[in-house]
Design a protein around this ligand. Structure first.
Ligand SMILES: Nc1ncnc2c1ncn2[C@@H]1O[C@H](COP(=O)(O)OP(=O)(O)OP(=O)(O)O)[C@@H](O)[C@H]1O
Ligand SMILES: [Mg+2]
Length: 303
C-alpha cells in the first residue's frame, strides 16, 4: 500500500515548493499599472485563458491531437497508450518526449522491451536522430531489461521491492530534471506471471503511479500491449483506472482499406467525448492525425 493516500484535488505541478506568503507588491506604481486591466477585456481574458491552459496541459506534439484534447495531456498526470503489436505505441511515446525535449521539458524513457541501442538505431532510420538530445541531457534512456534479467535469473521475483524500482526511475528523472516520462511497455516492469501475482502487480502499479504523480513534475505515458483480438486495455486491468486518459491505437479494415485508428477512450477534464480518428505514421514526423473516422466514413459512403 502507498504510504500516503493520493491527493483528491488536482494540484498545479510545482506548487509544493511555493512560499506560503507571496512577496509584497512593489511600491513602484509603474509595475502595478502593468498589472491593471487592459481596455480590451475580452482579449485579455482570452490571452489569460491561453496562458492558463498552457500551464495546465503538456502538448503531446502529435499533429491534430492537441487540438482535439484542447491543449494536450494534463501536466503531472499519467496517460495510457494501449494497442496491439506494431500500432505505433513506441513512436507515439517518443514523439511526446521529443516534443518536450525540443521545448524545454527534458524526458526520460524507460526501455523494457528492446535494448536501447537497437531502439535508437530504429528511430534514426525512422528520421529521428536523438544523439544530440541525449548528450545534452534533454532526453535520457534508462534500460531496465538488464536489471530485470538479473533479478529473474536469481528467481527472486517475489522480492523485487517496488519502492526500489520507483526510486530508480525517480532518481533518473531528477538527474535530468525530467518533466516527461515514458514506460514502454508497463507490464514487464511488474511481474504478473502467476494468477496470484495480479493483486501484487496492481498494488505495485498503484504505488508507482501515486509516487510519480506525487512529485507533481512528470507527465507520464505508460504503454500497454493489447493481445490481438482482445477487448482488454491492459495486462492487469487496473492501469486504465489509474490513468487520467487512455488512447487506443489500432489497425482496422474499412471498406477494403487498412487504416490506423486512434480511439480517444478517456480524457479527464478535456472537452472530448470518446471518439475515433484516422491517423498516419510518417517518417520523421511520427503520428499524424488525419481526420475523424466519422468524416472518413461519410466520404467513403459517398464515393
Ligand atoms: N518510416 C515509416 N513510415 C511509416 N510507418 C512506419 C515507418 N516506420 C515504422 N512504421 C510503422 O510503425 C509501426 C511500428 O510502430 P511502433 O514500434 O511504435 O509500434 P508499437 O505499438 O510500439 O509496437 P510493439 O507492440 O511491437 O512495441 C510499424 O509496424 C510500421 O507500420
Ligand atoms: Mg513498442
Amino acid at each position: 500500500m502507498p504510504e500516503q493516500a493520493p491527493q483528491e484535488a488536482y494540484e498545479l505541478p510545482g506548487t509544493a515548493s511555493m512560499p506560503e506568503q507571496l512577496p509584497p507588491i512593489p511600491a513602484d506604481s509603474s509595475s502595478i499599472e502593468e498589472l491593471s486591466y487592459p481596455e480590451d477585456s475580452y482579449a485579455y481574458n482570452t490571452q489569460q485563458a491561453v496562458i492558463a491552459r498552457k500551464a495546465l496541459f503538456a502538448p503531446t506534439g502529435v499533429p491534430g491531437l492537441d487540438d482535439i484534447l484542447a491543449g494536450g495531456f494534463l501536466r503531472g498526470k499519467t496517460y495510457l497508450v494501449a494497442g496491439e503489436a506494431g500500432c505505433g505505441k513506441t513512436i507515439f511515446s517518443i514523439q511526446f518526449l521529443l516534443h518536450g525535449a525540443l521545448n524545454g521539458e527534458p524526458g526520460l524513457y524507460i526501455a523494457i522491451d528492446e535494448p536501447t541501442n537497437q531502439l535508437l538505431r530504429g528511430l534514426k532510420i525512422f528520421g529521428w536522430d536523438l544523439r544530440d538530445l541525449i548528450s545534452s541531457k534533454r532526453l535520457m534512456f534508462l534500460d531496465m531489461r538488464t536489471h530485470f534479467s538479473k533479478i529473474y535469473m536469481r528467481d527472486e521475483r517475489k522480492h523485487i521491492e517496488p519502492r526500489y524500482i520507483i526510486e530508480q526511475i525517480l532518481n533518473a528523472a531528477k538527474r535530468i530534471n525530467a518533466k516527461r516520462l515514458v514506460i514502454d511497455p508497463i507490464a514487464p516492469l511488474v511481474y504478473g506471471g502467476k494468477e496470484e501475482d495480479v493483486l501484487y502487480a496492481r498494488e505495485f502499479l498503484r504505488e508507482m503511479v501515486f509516487a510519480i504523480e506525487k512529485t507533481g513534475e512528470l507527465t507520464t505515458i505508460l504503454t500497454s500491449e493489447i493481445p490481438t483480438g482482445s477487448t482488454k486495455l491492459s495486462r492487469f486491468g487496473v492501469e486504465e483506472f489509474l490513468a487520467c486518459g487512455i488512447i487506443v491505437l489500432a489497425i482496422e479494415e474499412i471498406y477494403g482499406n487498412v487504416e490506423r485508428i486512434m480511439y480517444i477512450r478517456k480524457a479527464r477534464w478535456a472537452p472530448v467525448k470518446p471518439s475515433k480518428y484516422i491517423f498516419d505514421i510518417v517518417s520523421g514526423k511520427g503520428v499524424v492525425v488525419r481526420e475523424p473516422l466519422s468524416e472518413y466514413l461519410k466520404r467513403m459512403r459517398r464515393s
